[in-house]
Design a protein around this ligand. Structure first.
Ligand SMILES: Nc1ncnc2c1ncn2[C@@H]1O[C@H](COP(=O)(O)OP(=O)(O)OP(=O)(O)O)[C@@H](O)[C@H]1O
Ligand SMILES: [Mg+2]
Length: 239
């Protein structure tokens, strides 16, 4: 019997598979968590000591997300943790953000504490000062690469008022320089494709010290996919 969709999308499913192959992934420690624990008046329950140990092991700053999703548009306020005083408050904001996504919220079951990556970028946007990085989303299907896209969506950046003057030129430059490096990324994505059955999105980011990291995956069906792509199930008006 196959896994439930949420279990497939969980980092608990795909990260161990990535660990089996020779690709860069940010060091990650997963701490189990539950939503709305019975014994607490809270959105998220988890072992506080375990989480603190995980963060101490990796060293500040860390990037936090759940096994399902980040709160990337609130990077400074939620996803980037720079001190122990803010850790548990940020975890609660992360849970709140996850539970507000879509109609029913995303059903997380863990908190991923990740090594902070200095992702190469030319500008930041959104209320959280999110670096608009050199990032690629590729789609793989049954062992083959199907298509590849620059990760960031112009329309989404257009909509936020938190962006610098000249952002369009900066975005174009970032996109051009990112996609010009596809040759470096292709082999990494092929290794990932070989490890996974079915249809998957694979997100990669380039760090300031010129290393590509595989940072995120999800079922193809559940991944944003530019509607202009021939392989996208999304329609133009759903953007
Ligand atoms: N370890 C990290 N250090 C610094 N920044 C990171 C790190 N991991 C991810 N990011 C940034 O945060 C963004 C979102 O991260 P991630 O893909 O894990 O979240 P997500 O909510 O699953 O995103 P998506 O909507 O693309 O599925 C990335 O595109 C990247 O810009
Ligand atoms: Mg994701």
């Amino acid at each position: 019997m196959g896994l439930m969709e949420e279990e497939e999308n969980s980092m608990k499913n795909w990260l161990p598979k990535l660990r089996e192959i020779d690709v860069n992934i940010p060091e990650t420690i997963m701490v189990d968590a539950e939503k709305f624990p019975d014994d607490e008046d809270a959105m998220i329950g988890y072992d506080k000591e375990k989480l603190e140990e995980a963060v101490d092991e990796l060293g500040y700053p860390v990037f936090i997300r759940t096994d399902q999703a980040s709160a990337k548009h609130e990077m400074d306020r939620i996803s980037k943790v720079e001190s122990k005083e803010k850790l548990h408050g940020k975890v609660h904001m992360l849970a709140d953000d996850n539970l507000s996504k879509g109609l029913f919220g995303v059903q997380f079951s863990g908190i991923a504490v990740r090594e902070w990556l200095n992702i190469k970028h030319n500008f930041k946007a959104f209320p959280g000062n999110l670096p608009i990085g050199y990032e690629i989303r590729a789609f793989v299907r049954d062992g083959e690469i199907e298509c590849k896209h620059f990760y960031w969506i112009k329309d989404a950046i257009e909509k936020t008022s938190f962006k610098p003057d000249g952002w369009e030129e900066k975005l174009d430059k970032t996109k051009e320089e990112t996609m010009a490096r596809w040759d470096e990324v292709e082999n990494i994505v092929l290794k990932v494709a070989n490890e996974f059955d079915g249809w998957w999105s694979v997100d990669l980011a380039l760090t300031e010290d010129d290393e590509w990291y595989v940072i995120d995956m999800a079922r193809g069906e559940d991944s944003f996919h530019p509607p202009s792509c021939e392989y996208s199930p999304m329609e133009e008006d759903r953007i």
